[in-house]
Design a protein around this ligand. Structure first.
Ligand code: PEP
Ligand code: MN
Length: 340
């Protein structure tokens, strides 16, 4: 970090900062300019860095403290400038691999799930999704089939030879989900549930980390770093829309945030056009925009009969619409040079 002293800072105040740095075991480099003195602190301890910076910023004569190291390291692109491929089962995401996760919002019944799985598999999706534990905004809404939903998902994955992902909402569900699924989804509402992130990461399974709808890109990447600290770098980030002043769509799909995050991290980033827009009418244009913008994959809700869905019907694609979209995605990804 760099400590910038105020223009009129005294020798004693500079010395005060130096002494504080020495006491915390930092090396330092004092550069006295014409107008102000700047002190470079060397040898940051990752765990202490944030609060030491905050403490230093309060010392007399200090104007501001500028952090140099990013607060995420393992997920930073600095370490893998060319990006990494992360897999869910055999499906690749990143560095030329465009993965498509598709399926119903929620597992509702055996027939609904089997019909949906058959449709997404036939159209070319590479991973099957389906919620068993559902994070509903209202406690009165359908909460998912829970364990029974997990079993059905595992059965569908086996029958149609597709890897599966589903959400775990709390640490106690991790073991259950990890036992049957190839990927564990951390939902937007839980992006900052750090115990959950660590528990999920520790399974070694691929983690799909959705961006919290009030989270900055940096907070999202720091959440991914929590997972990485368990030694698990099988992480796929998912942009799913953020809250904005505009209610024309369910959330505001932040494609620029997706592209900006890609500059910062080597991890693959996918886009969820279903939850971000809330309407099936915008799923195709936003899917194509995401792929054109460099997304490494998509997560799309598909229901055999959206008009009968118990959850998120309005944003779900029919099998026919999904199949048409997949054809367009294939053409675009050929143009983009991303193979699947
Ligand atoms: C989901 O994908 O099922 C879901 C609930 O999404 P999000 O966490 O992005 O709202
Ligand atoms: Mn949904």
């Amino acid at each position: 970090m760099i400590i910038v002293m105020s223009p009129g800072a005294s020798e004693k105040q500079v010395q005060g900062v130096v002494e504080r740095l020495e006491a915390r075991g930092y090396g330092h480099n004092v550069s006295a300019g014409v107008e102000r003195t700047i002190i470079g602190a060397i040898g940051a301890n990752e765990r202490e860095k944030q609060y030491v910076a905050e403490q230093l910023s309060q010392l007399p004569g200090v104007e501001r403290v500028v952090p140099i190291l990013k607060s995420f390291k393992m997920v930073s692109r600095d370490h893998h400038p060319n990006g990494t491929v992360v897999k869910i089962g055999e499906a690749g995401f990143g560095v030329g691999h465009l993965g498509v996760i598709a399926g119903p919002c929620t597992v509702e019944s055996e027939k609904q799930l089997m019909d949906a799985t058959k449709a997404v598999k036939t159209a070319g999706a590479t991973v099957l999704r389906g919620g068993a534990f559902k994070p509903r905004s209202s406690p009165y809404d359908f909460q998912g089939l829970r364990e029974e939903g997990l079993e059905l998902l595992a059965q569908a994955g086996k029958q149609f030879e597709m890897p599966t992902v589903t959400e775990a909402m709390e640490p106690r569900q991790i073991e259950l989900v990890a036992a049957v699924c190839d990927g564990i989804q951390i939902g937007a509402r839980n992006m900052s549930n750090f115990d959950l992130l660590r528990e999920a990461g520790a399974t070694g399974k691929t983690i799909i980390l959705k961006r919290g709808f009030a989270a900055t890109v940096e907070e999202w990447l720091k959440a991914a770093e929590y997972i990485a600290t368990t030694g698990n770098l099988n992480i796929i980030l998912c942009e799913r829309g953020i809250r904005s002043f505009d209610t024309v769509t369910r959330f505001t799909l932040d494609l620029a945030g997706m592209a900006a995050a890609k500059l910062e991290t080597h991890l693959p980033i996918i886009v969820d056009p279903s939850h971000s827009t809330g309407t099936h009418r915008l799923v195709a244009p936003m899917s194509l925009a995401a792929v054109a913008g460099g997304a490494d994959g998509l997560m799309i809700e598909v229901h055999p009969h959206p008009d009968q869905a118990r959850c998120d019907g309005p944003q779900s694609l029919t099998p026919k619409r999904f199949s048409t979209l997949m054809e367009q995605i294939r053409q675009l990804s050929t143009l983009m040079g991303t193979m699947r």
